[in-house]
Design a protein around this ligand. Structure first.
Ligand SMILES: [Fe+2]
Length: 218
């Protein structure tokens, strides 16, 4: 993450905040903020939020390339927006060819919208000994699809890029600043380890609106 005092204007790959390209993200953030302001029960939030996310991922022309760049060795998680009250965040999840997560949980609600390529999500549950066992068939997400996660329903899964030879990108929304949340990964034998994911980026786009141009000396 960026340090206080960083000159983010020096980052050449940041999009222009006046660029209308980010309007779909702005619309989504505004819509989810309005939804949360009504303090809905989780089922209402997830149903309505999934509808909003479906509108965001129905088109693939708004995500800046800087937030869709894969890493050659592991998947990337770029923060696109964090609600000021940390009620939710929006993340682009970028899969290099064939990349896969460990079995993990989330501890907060989540929405996953497929933007580009495809991914497979294999749900798990923990048995009485804490060993993860598959819980149903894997779910294939294709562009435009939205998957819902909730600790109330079971939120343990392993996700993989469905393609061995191309990049896939999904847009994730979580009910917290997910990069700071203490979560768990599980080995096949049931060993549980705490992790905090963080983010791959030190600077992020400005989906909240336009910004005046900096004038010389200001
Ligand atoms: Fe996940």
């Amino acid at each position: 993450m960026g340090q206080e005092g960083d000159d983010i204007t020096a980052s050449g790959d940041l999009p222009d905040p006046d660029d209308k390209t980010l309007d779909p993200l702005r619309t989504f953030v505004a819509g989810l903020s309005r939804l949360l302001a009504c303090d809905p029960v989780e089922t209402t939030l997830l149903d309505a939020g999934a509808g909003l996310l479906a509108q965001l991922v129905v088109r693939d022309d708004w995500l800046p390339d800087a937030f869709a760049a894969p890493h050659p060795e592991h998947y990337q998680q770029y923060l696109l927006h964090c609600d000021p009250a940390q009620r939710f965040c929006v993340v682009s999840f970028v899969w290099g060819p064939g990349q896969v997560t460990p079995i993990h949980d989330h501890t907060v609600w989540g929405l996953i919208g497929m933007l580009r390529g495809a991914e497979d999500s294999q749900p798990y549950r923990l048995d009485a000994q804490g060993v993860p066992v598959m819980a149903g068939e894997p779910v294939r997400l294709s562009p435009g699809d939205v998957e819902v996660l909730s600790p109330r329903r079971g939120d343990i899964h392993r996700v993989s890029n469905a393609y061995p030879d191309r990049v896939s990108v999904s847009i994730h929304v979580y009910g917290a600043n997910i990069g700071t949340v203490r979560r768990s990964v599980f080995t096949e034998s049931g060993e549980r380890k705490c992790f905090v994911s963080g983010y791959a980026n030190a600077s992020w786009p400005n989906p909240r609106g336009t910004a005046p141009q900096r004038t010389q000396g200001a």
